[in-house]
Design a protein around this ligand. Structure first.
Ligand code: PEP
Length: 252
């Protein structure tokens, strides 16, 4: 399992973005280049819709920004109309893919074992899966958050290889609601302990991202929490100014 100690700020454009949106990517790349020259060290990636993968990779060539997909099929090729394989994503030059986002788990009924198979497919294709887990509001109210996280970690993570974990409470995604800093700290500590137990020697290096209504205004306090190694950002990743504001908030 390889890992970087840099903070990772990952954008998820979801089903948003047309060709003209690539101007935002140009501005992000320019901002990261300038910020890095001034000592900022976080990594930035943007996970774009499949329609923009090739163009986005081209636009970000020779810049510090890397591109990812938002989902992949577990198979390398075949009769799966409308799907995209990890090999196809890698073929565009993209280096990352989100797997198990709660919108995939809900809209497409993806199970933990499917998420694991997709994540293994990403590794097979040479790209890094960002594996998402998180409890629903109902599960949290029932006091089941850590049990749910443990089940998802057990079922969704690959047995080895490179990956990133994104903890995204489902009720915090796109709602403007954010757990307390103590609750984020407790969830990330739990995930870290799980990783260290399951992957002795490397579990302490896996980056754990927090996702759910991260904005420029709350990024610094969230990114300052122990075991928060970056953020997965939806809405605020669509505009360069907002996304760069989050990126700049990462500790150097
Ligand atoms: C997401 O889609 O992964 C996400 C965290 O969205 P938002 O930042 O809009 O809550």
């Amino acid at each position: 399992m390889t890992a970087s100690s840099n903070y990772l700020i990952a954008g998820n454009w979801k089903m948003n973005g047309l060709k003209h949106s690539l101007g935002e990517l140009d501005a992000m790349a320019k901002g990261v280049k300038a910020g890095s020259a001034n000592g900022a060290s976080a990594d930035m990636i943007v996970c774009v819709p499949a329609s923009l993968l090739t163009l986005a990779v081209e636009r970000c060539a020779n810049t510090p920004v890397e591109i990812g997909g938002q989902d992949c099929h577990a198979n390398a090729s075949g009769a799966h109309t409308g799907d995209i394989s990890a090999e196809m994503i890698a073929d565009t030059g993209a280096k990352w893919v989100i797997t198990g986002h709660s919108e995939r788990r809900t809209d497409h009924g993806e199970s933990d074992s499917e998420v694991k198979a997709k994540s293994e497919a990403a590794q097979r294709a040479g790209i890094v899966p960002i594996i998402c887990i998180g409890e629903t509001g109902e599960e949290r109210e029932q006091g089941r958050t850590l049990d749910v996280l443990e089940g998802q970690l057990e079922g969704s993570l690959t047995n080895d290889g490179d990956f990133v974990v994104a903890y995204e409470p489902v009720w915090a995604i796109g709602t403007g609601l954010v757990p307390t800093l103590d609750d984020i700290e407790a969830a990330h500590r739990f995930i870290r302990e799980y990783l260290e137990n399951r992957y002795p020697g490397s579990g302490s290096d896996v980056r754990i991202l927090y996702g759910g209504s991260v904005k420029p205004g709350n990024a610094a306090e969230i990114l300052g929490i122990d075991n928060v190694n970056g953020a997965l950002v939806g809405g605020a990743s669509l505009k360069a100014d907002d996304f760069l504001g989050i990126w700049r908030a990462a500790p150097s």
